[in-house]
Design a protein around this ligand. Structure first.
Ligand code: DC
Length: 221
């Protein structure tokens, strides 16, 4: 089977991964896989079913009865949770911390990583997440690690939520992001980390276009 082209874009919350990954994928004419969406979908399901994301046993049982399906329409990812498109619901702010907490569950991570590897094996794609270059696809051809100051990341997230009609206090958002970073970096299994061979890009003072061009230049390099 022909080896697929995989580009890993990792980094903390609000570093611009998804915006940039989507454009890079479009420019290259390949698919985009938002891996965080999978953990968000599981966070949403546990919330809707009143299951604590910390209850390993209950989450394990829930996982066995859950179907996460990724479909592509004109290169755009749609995520179906048990047959329902939850693309918008999973973006609500209160789902972020639930996603981070449930992603610490080993069974959850193993199942999601398996799904991510399968998709990456089947098609050329740009994947964004926390552990793509370090754990999911250690042999990915290109690895980028995006960072930005916490103030800038909170500002970006605030703008994104506002555009979706959600009003959140920016200082609370900053605290939420710091807490989530900590959670994602400190977990023992496949934490948020820069792979040793990833190229780090501090996007604090860069425009989206500049980040995209920088990454495309690295890839075409
Ligand atoms: O990228 P995001 O903010 O939508 O991700 C939500 C949470 O999911 C994030 O805080 C941690 C978890 N996540 C993960 O553990 N591994 C990934 N590859 C992607 C996301």
């Amino acid at each position: 089977m022909k080896k697929t082209l995989n580009i890993a874009i990792d980094g903390p919350a609000g570093s611009g991964k998804s915006t940039v990954a989507k454009i890079v994928a479009k420019e290259l004419g390949i698919a985009y896989l938002d891996t965080g969406a999978m953990y968000r979908a599981l966070g949403l399901k546990s919330h809707s079913n009143n299951i604590s994301v910390f209850d390993e046993n209950a989450v394990g049982i829930m996982l066995e009865k859950t179907c996460i399906d990724i479909k592509y329409e004109d290169g755009i990812q749609r995520l179906f949770l048990d047959g329902v498109d939850v693309g918008l619901k999973i973006r609500e702010n209160h789902i972020s911390q639930l996603a981070s907490d449930i992603s610490k569950n080993h069974a959850v991570r193993l199942a999601m990583v398996e799904l991510q590897r399968k998709i990456a094996e089947e098609r050329d794609c740009v994947l964004d997440g926390r552990d793509i270059g370090s754990f999911v696809l250690p042999n990915a051809k290109h690895k980028i690690f995006l960072t930005a100051s916490i103030d800038e990341r909170a500002k970006r997230r605030h703008k994104e939520l506002l555009s979706r009609g959600e009003t959140v206090d920016i200082n609370n958002l900053k605290q939420d992001i710091a807490k989530r970073d900590d959670n994602d970096m400190m977990r023992d299994f496949a934490p948020l980390i820069k792979a040793p061979d990833a190229i780090e890009v501090d996007t604090t003072t860069m425009t989206i276009e500049e980040v995209v061009n920088h990454i495309l230049n690295q890839i075409k390099g």
